[in-house]
Design a protein around this ligand. Structure first.
Ligand SMILES: NC(=O)c1ccc[n+]([C@@H]2O[C@H](COP(=O)([O-])OP(=O)(O)OC[C@H]3O[C@@H](n4cnc5c(N)ncnc54)[C@H](O)[C@@H]3O)[C@@H](O)[C@H]2O)c1
Length: 297
């Protein structure tokens, strides 16, 4: 497996691209938006520069990583001859189902189609293709170049061969693949999102302020960052959408999103990516500061 297509150049897509390219894979990075592609490449370059300044990579490593990446706005051009697609487009079921339908037509019959979805059932995505045995979840964590976990999600029809190929590939990226079955939220978000939602509910109920809630969890539970700050990094819209999928999938009120989270997303406060969430990233250098802490390793 040498040629990879990554779909979506946002927070996750650029990190996934960076990681594959750093380990010598040729990556076609595809996005419908040229602006997202430019922003994604700028982020990859900035992150490589940070690694270079910490002497974790050489100037040659930086150059060869960038040389391994080609960008495309045309899905067909970017995906027509790859061995693996990792889809990391916007967390929206219609967008993903449309993409997988097209990929099934465009890609060679042996190509494995993986999704980085946080919550949309892999079995549902696989069902729009004629190769359900070659569809799998490859759930990377943010920031991808730093975080070790890849949650590997087996859809109902995913074959052992596909599963084993993706497990081995993840190890080649120096990640720790962890196999889970396809139920709403998988494992990571089934446990993380109720905690984030409860932190928002705690704020909504006026039990404590943003700083206080995050401080309790950071200093009291040794979490590297508080749940509200983590929600800002993940994107409040992404958190809301995952909670809605779990609420819908389990029909259990414990996953109902807090009204404050719903309101913030409606008001366009998505966290770091929109400049404001539980913290304000627009006026100060805080986002920059928090971001470098987040990716420090
Ligand atoms: N943000 C996180 O912390 C996180 C963690 C794990 C998994 N995920 C999952 O990763 C995926 C991407 O999330 P993100 O935070 O990077 O989103 P994002 O909003 O930062 O980026 C999404 C990108 O997809 C592009 N896009 C939308 N429709 C497209 C299409 N049809 N073809 C090509 N590109 C398209 C957009 O232009 C945008 O650049 C989602 O499924 C999300 O649930 C996110």
């Amino acid at each position: 497996m040498k040629n990879i297509a990554v779909i979506g150049a946002g927070s996750m897509g650029n990190g996934i691209t960076h990681t594959f390219a750093q380990f010598g894979y040729k990556v076609n990075l595809i996005d419908i938006s040229q602006e997202s592609l430019d922003k994604g490449m700028a982020t990859i370059t900035k992150n490589l520069d940070r690694m270079l300044s910490k002497e974790r990579i050489s100037e040659d490593d930086k150059k060869s990583t960038l040389d391994h990446i080609t960008t495309f706005t045309d899905l067909k051009e970017g995906a027509k001859s790859v061995d693996l697609v990792v889809e990391a487009a916007t967390e929206n079921e219609k967008i993903k189902l449309d993409l997988f339908k097209q990929l099934d037509e465009i890609c060679p019959e042996n190509t494995i189609l993986a999704s980085n979805t946080s919550s949309i059932p892999i079995t549902k995505i696989a069902a729009v293709t004629k190769r359900a045995e070659k569809v799998i979840g490859m759930h990377f964590m943010n920031p991808v170049p730093i975080m070790k976990l890849v949650e590997i999600i087996r859809g109902y029809n995913t074959s052992d061969e596909t599963n084993n190929t993706i497990v081995e590939l993840s190890k080649n990226l120096k990640k720790v693949p962890t196999e889970v079955n396809d139920y709403p939220g998988f494992v990571a978000n089934r446990i993380l999102m109720p905690m984030i939602n409860e932190a928002v509910e705690t704020l909504y109920n006026n039990v404590a302020g943003v700083q206080e809630i995050d401080t309790v969890m950071k200093l009291g539970m040794a979490h590297p960052m508080g749940p509200l700050q983590l929600a800002d990094f993940i994107g409040l819209d992404v958190c809301l959408s995952i909670l809605e999928v779990m609420y819908d999938g389990f029909k259990n009120p414990k996953y109902a999103p807090c009204p404050l989270l719903v309101n913030m997303v409606r008001a366009g406060k998505m966290g770091v990516k929109s400049g404001e969430g539980f913290y304000d990233y627009s006026k100060s250098k805080k986002a920059e500061k928090v971001s470098s802490q987040f990716s420090a390793a």
